[in-house]
Design a binder for this molecule. Structure first.
Ligand code: AMP
Ligand code: ZN
Length: 117
């Protein structure tokens, strides 16, 4: 399992910096975003340091499916499954990625605009 001491999400996973952990299992953590963009804003973060979707391959197939299944469960638990929500993965500069450790935003609790800016 790759981990980097200069990566904020690796440090959260290693309990080196605090976060509001909503869920965790052997493959991933779900935490509350520190700067929420919606009433529900979770980050689903694989334990393994993969920089972005550019770093995944077929060996990550199970993990990527697991992320969506857990996200759907979290949406249910947070009460946005019926009202609606969005699962977003920003990649690279143009994608707006600021933390270079693969993660998915689960956003809900208000009407979200489309297309995004
Ligand atoms: P992205 O722009 O897709 O890379 O998203 C990074 C997200 O991580 C942003 O929504 C930040 O608010 C969030 N974030 C950064 N640092 C922390 C932290 N220490 N705890 C929780 N969320 C964080
Ligand atoms: Zn990392």
């Amino acid at each position: 399992m790759t981990s980097y001491s200069d990566c904020v999400f690796c440090r959260i996973i290693n309990r080196e910096i605090p976060s509001d952990i909503i869920f965790e299992d052997e493959q991933l953590l779900a935490i509350a975003d520190i700067d929420p963009a919606a009433p529900v804003h979770l980050l689903i973060i694989p334990r393994d340091h993969i920089s972005s979707l550019n770093g995944v391959d077929i060996a990550n197939q199970n993990l990527l499916g697991h992320i969506q299944i857990i996200s759907a469960r979290l949406a249910q638990e947070k009460g946005v499954a019926v009202s609606g929500y969005r699962l977003v993965c920003n990649n690279g500069n143009d994608g707006g990625q600021t933390v270079l450790h693969l993660h998915y935003h689960l956003l809900g609790g208000r009407e979200l605009r489309w297309p995004p800016g």
